[in-house]
Design a protein. Sequence first.
Length: 254
Amino acid sequence: MSAAKTLNLTLKVWRQKNGNAKGKLENYPLNDISPDSSFLEMLDILNNGLIEKGESPVSFDHDCREGICGSCSLYINGEPHGPARLVTTCQLHMRSFKDGETIYIEPFRAKAFPVVKDLIVDRSAFDRIQHAGGYISVNTSGNTQDANSIPIEKENADEAFYSAACIGCGACVAACKNASASLFVSAKVSQYALLPQGQVEAKDRVLNMVKQAEKEGFGPCSNTGACEVECPKGISIENIARMNREFLSASISK
Ligand code: SF4
Ligand code: FES
């Protein structure tokens, strides 16, 4: 049997005027969608139709549309970034869905990610966690050692690189029953903990970033592992174990 040339879909989309308004799922039938369209292109088509009818388009976040910026945070059929593994919503294609399917599209849900409008949530809590320690201070006086001249074990360089792949999308939070940000925070902590350049502020970094995550209202990690499954960048929960070791050691020695 050959695959359907185009898809006829029913979309159930979360509509919410603002953070204080009560939201609800609205029904939108959408026909003749190419399986080769991206998920966001499909939403663009929906919005063009709504605008033509004089209705308000669905607000959703997006920027790079190539899996880099982390802004396209949608909860699709009960999963952050939808059914495909290791892809962001912008890299998801309509061939992942069946003709006649009903697709539920909701914002990421977490107390620390309040809804701004429709499918857009405020993820500035992640920015504040980054500001609490996700950086290194570098002396730019002209005497700075060239980073390329500092030997780093291959294993550590690779692990730091994998941790640095986190795009701050928040899918780990949306997937977690506790709305924990542990995978995100641990990726940021690990990225520096594994490199010599990150050692100067290592203790303050882990203590401050974990403290800020708690302050923002993210929950605790209970090792369920849902975050790792849904992360579009394959960030491993081994990072959480590393963050916990770093946190314990910093708490004892500070
Ligand atoms: S750890 Fe993964 S799911 Fe969480 S913010 Fe980073 S890229 Fe997104
Ligand atoms: S729009 Fe940038 S990661 Fe999807």
